[in-house]
Design a protein. Structure first.
Length: 468
């Protein structure tokens, strides 16, 4: 029949047109990270805070719940770990389950959104120009998005389940937990660790477990893996043993992570080894285990195996530096990111050597990337300074404690010297803003700068102001 012959091509064209519309809508939405990412996280925060405000979520029905619920929801979605109430006693199992869900949503969301934005940054010129005419290897379509979501989910589930299995077994065999409680504690701390959240089901966080390698080591491993970032994990899982085959981003992230971990562990051990308030009373093995935790946890995890209120000023300063740098891009870690920090380091080193081109592993780093790194770092410094000034205005705490709190919030770490519980609502709101900015700010700013970068068709006359 002539009529039936013509309908098949029409339906095929309609499906292709509909698919193209969806792809263009997705691309336009993701190409506006200042709108898409914040709204997604705000929606999760609102839902989470509303659930935590329910009477079934808390043990004390008469307690003031608005600020604790909002602060906890922001901290969980932004995978930070700062708390204004005791997670172990204030929240019921239902409330703790809500927190666990928010951590998972926040970690999964930032990994997928940051990865998709990175893909769009690499292909932004083609998307703007002619999406349909792109070849398959240069086009971001719905199939790519589904593939990214599925692969991120598989990776997260694999590492979380593996960590939870080890932790649950240890909690069951070595501690006074029945099997159900052991499984719950194992799952909660595994999810919290891989997502670099730092929430714990113990009132002293992990201080009472500081000398247990079967707890500390798996948590540290999950923190490091989750903080590497999805692109780096995928590259490493491909089994490329020759590091020369790695991309510059993978080299910067892996080698930078190893270097910062070594520095963190070494300095933590040096500064705290003989201090009676922290490591002095532990065994030699316990000291090294606590030093490992002291080097890993500031990489935006937020767990603590010592009381940072008793730590040496040198330890707090080094921890501030590690927190501010953070972990890998497109991962669950916060901070300005390792690659950003190392790009700035290489730029300074090449400037000192008088080289015009910045190179990493026989690859040149463009001036646009260098400018983006400077912008992200300086905006991070501005956010920390602004937050610190405001909290100092609202409280009478020392500069050392407030700065530590501000850096921890911006870098979505969760470490504290213990002042979070005593802060007034105004100061808590400052920390909420810092956590939100720190979680989505570096991702959205870097993506927006890269996507909006357009070469000028003209050059202005140059002039050299006096530097230094």
């Amino acid at each position: 029949m002539p009529g039936t012959v013509s309908k098949a091509p029409d339906r095929s064209r309609d499906r292709a047109k509909s698919r193209l519309i969806r792809e263009n809508t997705l691309a336009r939405a993701l190409l506006h990270p200042f709108r898409t990412v914040p709204l997604a996280f705000l929606a999760a925060i609102i839902v989470g805070a509303s659930l935590l405000m329910l009477p079934v979520s808390r043990t004390d029905i008469g307690a003031d719940i608005l600020m604790p619920a909002l602060f906890t929801a922001v901290s969980a979605v932004c995978v930070t770990g700062l708390v204004t109430v005791d997670t172990a006693t204030f929240w019921t199992p239902f409330g703790q389950t809500v927190i666990l869900g928010l951590i998972q949503v926040g970690g999964f969301g930032i990994m997928t959104l940051a990865t998709l934005l990175a893909m769009l940054v690499r292909k932004s010129i083609g998307i703007r120009g002619q999406l349909v005419a792109q070849t398959e290897s240069h086009t971001l379509n719905l199939g790519d998005v589904r593939s990214v979501l599925l692969r991120v989910a598989k990776i997260m589930v694999f590492f979380e389940v593996s960590t939870a299995a080890v932790l649950s077994l240890r909690f069951w065999l070595a501690y006074d937990h029945n099997l159900g409680t052991a499984l719950w504690h194992g799952v909660f701390h595994a999810v919290s660790a891989f997502n670099n959240a730092g929430f714990a089901l113990y009132s002293d966080n992990l201080i009472s477990l500081a000398e247990d390698p079967w707890i500390i080591v798996p948590i540290c491993a999950a923190i490091v893996v989750g903080g590497l970032g999805f692109p780096v994990i995928i590259e490493l899982l491909r089994g490329r043993k020759n590091s020369r085959a790695w991309t510059v981003h993978v080299r910067l992230t892996v080698y930078g992570t190893l270097l910062l971990l070594a520095i963190g562990v070494g300095f933590f051990a040096i500064f705290e080894w003989n201090r009676a308030e922290t490591l002095g009373q532990l065994s030699t093995g316990g000291k090294w285990l606590a030093a490992l935790a002291g080097g890993v946890f500031p990489r935006t995890a937020g767990f603590n195996s010592i009381d940072y209120a008793d730590a040496a000023p040198e330890t707090l300063l080094m921890t501030n530096i590690l927190m501010f740098i953070g972990g890998g891009s497109a991962g669950t870690a916060g901070g300005i990111k390792v690659a950003t920090f190392l790009v700035l380091g290489f730029a300074i080193w090449n400037e000192i050597r008088g080289r015009e081109q910045v190179t990493v592993g026989h690859r040149a780093i463009s001036s646009a990337v260098q400018r983006q790194a400077v912008t992200v770092a300086l905006l991070g410094v501005a956010a920390v300074i602004g937050g610190t000034l405001l909290i100092l205005m609202f409280t009478d705490h020392s500069l050392e404690a407030v700065l530590f709190e501000s850096v921890s919030a911006f870098a979505t770490v969760g470490l504290s010297t213990g002042i979070t519980l005593t802060l007034p609502p105004s100061a808590q709101m400052v920390l909420i803003v810092l956590m939100f900015i720190g979680r989505i700010g570096t991702v959205t700013v870097a993506s927006a700068l890269a996507v909006s970068s357009r070469p000028r068709r003209f050059r202005l006359p140059e002039e050299r102001p006096i530097i230094g």
